[in-house]
Design a protein. Structure first.
Length: 226
């Protein structure tokens, strides 16, 4: 999508920064981000609005959001972008995403300490790609972390990050945000079930059947009665 010029461009950037600030406050309100422990970005054309480093997500407003280009150069804003800049840029470059959300949400982070992969224990997790891999631990804010997480995201819209947290992406911020909520729900579901016994998982054939049914029923979309 091309970026409009002049007044339209200013309006578009304002709206994009507003979206990122609103999503950040929502994550904090949902208890998925404590203090500064998360970052959010959204792309329009080749401009990316991204949360600033060191900011409390609960307090973010549009004017505090930074706008960068795909190379990470600041286009608009007065604050340095998140320390996970390489991770966000990598997801846009490799997966052509429209938005990225990274948090240290309680359940996702807890499971990232003990699992190598979150099994596909519920068909709703198919929206994340089925199973959710756990990327190996690397120091925060490094290109090594970005590379490990980008590899884990292959064929997925979500990944856990060992001893760190979770990440989701989507075509827009609503999708990336709802996938973060879904990932946390799935992690909590798995945790609850694992305290009772060994959770059953959906095998490859069951996951393929799910995909066929989604295609046949247009599942997940609101439809008028004929
Ligand atoms: Zn983090």
């Amino acid at each position: 999508m091309s970026v409009p010029i002049g007044h339209d461009r200013a309006m578009m950037l304002r709206a994009l920064r507003e979206q990122v600030a609103t999503a950040s406050r929502r994550l904090a309100a949902e208890g998925l981000v404590l203090g500064t422990a998360g970052n959010v970005s959204a792309r329009q054309g080749d401009l990316i609005a991204i949360t600033p480093t060191g900011a409390r997500l609960a307090d973010l407003r549009a004017e505090l959001i930074t706008v960068i280009d795909p190379g990470g150069e600041v286009v608009e804003g007065t604050f340095a972008p998140t320390s996970e800049l390489d991770l966000h840029l990598g997801v846009y470059r490799r997966y052509r995403a429209g938005a990225v959300v990274h948090t240290h949400a309680p359940m996702a982070t807890a499971l990232s300490l003990v699992l190598d992969e979150l099994p596909c224990v519920h068909y709703q997790l198919m929206e994340l790609g089925g199973t959710v891999p756990v990327a190996p631990y690397r120091t925060f804010g490094t290109t090594e972390l970005a590379e490990a997480v980008l590899a884990a995201l292959d064929g997925r819209t979500a990944a856990l990050m060992a001893n760190h947290g979770g990440i989701t992406h989507g075509p827009d911020l609503d999708a990336a945000l709802s996938r973060t909520l879904l990932l946390e729900w799935g992690c909590e579901l798995y945790w609850r079930a694992a305290t009772l016994g060994v959770p059953r998982t959906l095998d490859r054939a069951q996951r393929a059947d799910y995909e066929r049914q989604v295609a046949a029923k247009a599942y997940g979309t609101v439809r008028r009665l004929p």
